[in-house]
Design a protein around this ligand. Structure first.
Ligand code: LMR
Length: 397
């Protein structure tokens, strides 16, 4: 029997709470779990730019024949351009389209695990719930280390520099330089420079997880946070996602970009990535990538998309500010959320309070305290605070 040699697996903790929220029939429930953008009406609309690009594709697409293992070449070129990178093979860059940013992370892990047996990835905590799983499954050893001060809501540069010191040359250092998931607490540009310099000195390979490009102040403005690494390091890997900034979640659109030190190494890295992809899903799906290529290749569509992305960011910032303005609520100081960026913030609450919020008030959040700001309509911030206050009173510290 198949199951006789299988051990049961625990469900993903975030998705398990999201499932509970979906099953809750109480009116007015708040599901602040999974990181999907929602407007003030709780909807996740298809962006206008996406709709228009899709209409064009419907009209003009002449074939659904395979594209190839590396996917949509126009998409990859557009992502390199969006990141201000030439993407020329001669510069050492290789790029392939992947099934989402997660697909890129998995391929990156497999590539890096091939490149050095016993290679370790250093993973600042807290991180995305799925990071460890994906990186281990890709064959890397994972060395998690705490790198966040929950009381001040600050990323801990000193802890990261200590980890760099402790790492072996050739190890991998995973970093989300733009909009940390789950904390929203990013290193400043100056701090990133220090970290990138230390990584370069130590001979580590940065793996940059870029899943929220555009949510921290603007697509072009944020490039400085990547340049710090791309300009300094001879070798690095970027896992890029279009799930959030193009609202293309279910289409699974991502890219793996690998920078090698010279053309010959670039060709080898590209060949290995192609072989890994071929041995896994063979070829990525095209639709979402074709949509992104269409948008980025057309000035008017690109402007529409940019304006929509700005609107989403502004809404997130408004909700974050409304929470921060509440100050101390139920023992948590929400004012520290000010200054963080992106879709998430981390509310420092004990797990029993989080469970009481769920059970008594139908307010669902990850048990780590992460909330998806986009899922909190501005008019409901006060009700959220009341629930938090009541739950904290019921569960004394
Ligand atoms: C999240 O962090 O909520 C999203 O990236 C969705 C996921 O797959 O976990």
């Amino acid at each position: 029997m198949l199951t006789s040699f299988l051990n049961p697996e625990q469900p993903d903790p975030l998705l398990a709470v999201a499932r509970k929220a979906a099953d809750d029939a109480r009116p007015g429930k708040l599901d602040l779990t999974v990181g999907v953008y929602r407007d003030d009406n709780g909807r996740t609309p298809v962006m206008h730019a996406v709709k228009q690009a899709e209409a064009r594709l419907l009209e003009g697409q002449a074939t659904k024949a395979y594209l190839g293992v590396d996917g949509n070449a126009g998409f990859i070129a557009a992502i390199f351009a969006l990141l201000g990178l030439s993407g020329e093979a001669g510069d050492g860059w290789a790029g392939v389209q992947t099934p989402g940013g997660t697909g890129a992370l998995r391929l990156a892990a497999e590539l890096l695990a091939r490149g050095g047996s016993g290679r370790t990835v250093w993973l600042p905590q807290p991180c995305w719930t799925n990071h460890q799983h994906v990186l281990r499954a890709g064959g890397l050893g994972v060395q998690a280390f705490p790198a966040y001060d929950p009381i001040a809501n600050r990323a801990d540069l000193a802890a990261m520099l200590a980890a760099v010191e402790a790492a072996h040359p050739g190890d991998v250092f995973l970093l989300q330089p733009i909009c940390n998931n789950p904390t929203g607490a990013d290193l400043s540009l100056g701090e990133l420079e220090q970290l990138a310099e230390a990584i370069a000195q130590r001979g580590l390979i940065p793996l940059l997880d870029v899943a929220y490009h555009g949510f921290a102040g603007g697509i072009d403005e944020e490039l400085a946070y990547l340049d710090v690494f791309t300009a300094r390091l001879p070798e690095l890997v970027i896992a890029y996602s279009c799930s959030k900034n193009f609202s293309l979640y279910r289409e699974r659109v991502g890219a793996l970009l690998v920078k090698s030190c010279d053309r010959a190494s670039r060709d080898i890295a590209h060949g290995v990535v192609m072989a890994l992809a071929r041995g896994n899903y063979s070829m990525p799906p095209d639709h979402g990538a074709a949509v992104v290529a269409e948008i980025l290749g057309d000035a008017a569509l690109r402007a529409t998309w940019g304006a929509e992305l700005t609107q989403m960011t502004q809404r997130l910032n408004t909700v974050r500010e409304a929470l921060a303005a509440l100050g101390h609520v139920g023992g948590a100081d929400l004012s520290v959320l000010r200054g963080s960026r992106g879709m998430f913030c981390q509310v420092p609450l004990p797990v029993p309070v989080i469970r009481t919020l769920r059970e008594d008030h139908a307010v669902y959040m990850a048990e780590t305290g992460r909330i998806n700001l986009a899922a909190l309509p501005l008019p409901r911030v006060a009700a959220f605070a009341d629930a938090l206050e009541a739950a904290s009173r019921k569960v004394p510290a």
